[in-house]
Design a protein. Structure first.
Length: 134
């Protein structure tokens, strides 16, 4: 099952990076919650695939992509280590920043995504022990 969940994650990231947000949302539960936490200026939680798609679309960025660095799965939760790349609209300013996510699955669909700026907070939310390497 963990291989299936990892495939869902990788497919979703690939679709997101192509700008195919509808495809990226294909594995979302109808009641998905997307918790941006401190990673977004809005810092709120949106609910439902439509709201998540709107959150994923570029707003202040001319382009954006997520570089998937690693996935660790424990039960129905996945700890995701990634690097976010973006180019500012108008300014051309390039942004590269590390980020971490925890995806929670229910019956093979993503029911919750939590975004974190701190690695260990994400690991704890995923039910994983603190890691040595960073």
């Amino acid at each position: 099952m963990s291989d299936d969940l990892e495939r869902v994650i990788r497919d979703s990231y690939e679709a997101y990076n192509r700008g195919d947000f509808e495809e990226a949302a294909r594995a979302m539960h109808p009641e998905i919650e997307w918790d941006s936490g401190e990673t977004s200026l809005m810092g709120d939680t949106v609910r439902g695939p439509g709201a998540v798609i709107e959150r994923l679309k570029p707003d202040v960025f001319e382009s954006q992509r997520g570089e998937l660095l690693g996935v660790e799965i424990k039960g129905e939760r996945a700890f995701i280590e990634m690097r976010f790349h973006a180019v500012g609209s108008g300014s051309g300013l390039k942004l590269v920043t590390p980020a971490w996510q925890v995806w929670t699955f229910q019956e093979g669909l993503v029911v919750r995504v939590q975004n974190f700026m701190e690695r260990e907070q994400a690991r704890a939310a995923a039910g994983l022990e603190a890691s040595r390497a960073q």
